[in-house]
Design a protein around this ligand. Structure first.
Ligand code: ADP
Length: 222
């Protein structure tokens, strides 16, 4: 059975890091819509031109564009054994579309990483990415990229005012997804306010356990 994982959580919760670790350990593709958009911006494509201003403002791109991007990516053959989605869905409309995309492809295991707001603000202020290869890094730990040695820069959407705005956008537009998924037997909540390795272990355990749920339908039968 395919292992289809969706990562939920606010900006700074550690979704990207944990998605990467889980995907690598389990030999699955990590699909990050934020990374896809940042690559498009860097490559100067039409999508990148559309996306840049919206991302820099901390707003969400339109559902139609994002559903198109995710749908296309999930058609690729490397996803047949499963995938780890990071950053999609981000609205209930996107979540509903993902159910349609997933029809007949096995259940979604949905992981919600929960972190208190003050911790998120601290983390986002410290977050840097590599200016050369785009990998995530925390400035407390390093000043150069561990992958390619490039210099670290602040993401254009991690500036102080923008971060607060992004958290508001999260609460308004993305948080309702938790309710959308929370009654499913394959929904799990993870405490993200612990060291990265502890979050990785908790996620591994939660996902393995969720995968043994028999016949995980969309709702728990009443
Ligand atoms: P973070 O990891 O901080 O939550 P991402 O890297 O996932 O942020 O996304 C960065 C930006 O890309 C978002 O603020 C938004 O503008 C855009 N974006 C990414 N995924 C989506 C999506 N599914 N729907 C709409 N906009 C998106």
């Amino acid at each position: 059975m395919a292992l289809n994982v969706v990562m939920l959580g606010p900006p700074g919760a550690g979704k990207g890091t944990q998605a990467e670790r889980f995907a690598t350990t389990h030999g699955l593709p990590k699909i990050s819509t934020g990374d896809i958009l940042r690559e498009a911006v860097q490559a100067g494509t039409e999508l990148g031109r559309i996306a840049k201003a919206t991302m820099d403002a901390g707003e969400l791109l339109g559902d139609d564009v994002m559903i198109g991007i995710a749908g296309e990516r999930l058609k690729r053959s490397d996803t047949t054994r499963g995938f780890v989605l990071d950053g999609f869905p981000r609205t209930v409309t996107q979540a509903t579309a993902l159910d349609t995309i997933m029809d007949g492809r096995g259940p979604l295991v949905v992981v919600d990483i929960v972190v208190p707001e003050d911790v998120l603000l601290r983390r986002l202020a410290a977050r840097r990415i590599c200016g050369s290869c785009g990998v995530n890094a925390l400035v407390e730990w390093t000043t150069t990229c561990g992958v390619c040695g490039g210099g670290l820069v602040t993401r254009t959407d991690d500036g102080d005012g923008i971060v607060r705005g992004r958290l508001k956008v999260y609460h308004r537009q993305t948080r309702p997804i938790v309710k959308f998924y929370s009654k499913r037997p394959t929904f799990r909540v993870i405490d993200g306010n612990q060291p990265p390795d502890a979050v990785t272990a908790a996620m591994d355990q939660a996902i393995c356990q969720a995968c043994t749920v028999p016949d995980p339908g969309k709702e728990i039968p009443l």
